[in-house]
Design a binder for this molecule. Sequence first.
Ligand code: SAM
Length: 214
Amino acid sequence: MKIVTYGSLELPVLMKPSITDELLLRSFLRRIAFHLSYFRRPPWDSGLTPPELLAFLKSHPPGRAIDLGCGTGTNVITLARLGWQATGVDFIPRAIDQACKKAKLAGVSADLRVGDVTRLDGIDGPFDFVLDLGCFHGLTEKEKGDYLRQIDRIMAPGGAWFLYAFLRPGANVSPPGLSPVDLERLSARFILHSRTEGFERGVRPSAYFVFQKP
Ligand SMILES: C[S@@+](CC[C@H](N)C(=O)[O-])C[C@H]1O[C@@H](n2cnc3c(N)ncnc32)[C@H](O)[C@@H]1O
């Protein structure tokens, strides 16, 4: 019997799945893992906007922004407070419920939606700023391609994509993460403005990237 895993979740499958089936199963497990994590406070949900993002926002005038995989909305609220017209999208309804409550408490107006970042149904640009803290790096290869087509559709020319991601130095390191091949693909599509190394909770290498749409 084959076991398909995502993090600590394991799904036994009776027959040997094809690569496509295995990716679908992994994507399914990942979604369940996110659902479960929002029944408690997830480890990434610090309630704080990272200083790297604050420094970027300080040097850019507000416009229209979207946070992809916004979780409970901490950074959508920061954007709105700084004068951005902010949208947040996450596929976990519980996270978006919490984001709506937090935005109300903070007294800011933001467009918070349950949705899939690989489709962005009903969302049209142009957005001057796309934010992603920890969502893109967990997607499968196909999902990454779909996501990139969506941000290409909604981003204004010259717009910025601020991305925080784990790094996968080689194919032998398990997902999530950006591999060197992912980084080559992104650099072929966008202008890389900056890269700042991070270190995820002291465990994994990670980095903040700022890309610009040509
Ligand atoms: C590591 S968490 C980070 C959340 C938030 N950006 C933060 O910094 O607190 C990744 C988020 O992406 C969301 N996510 C993952 N895949 C998604 C998808 N395909 N569509 C929408 N949201 C997704 C998850 O539900 C989760 O809230």
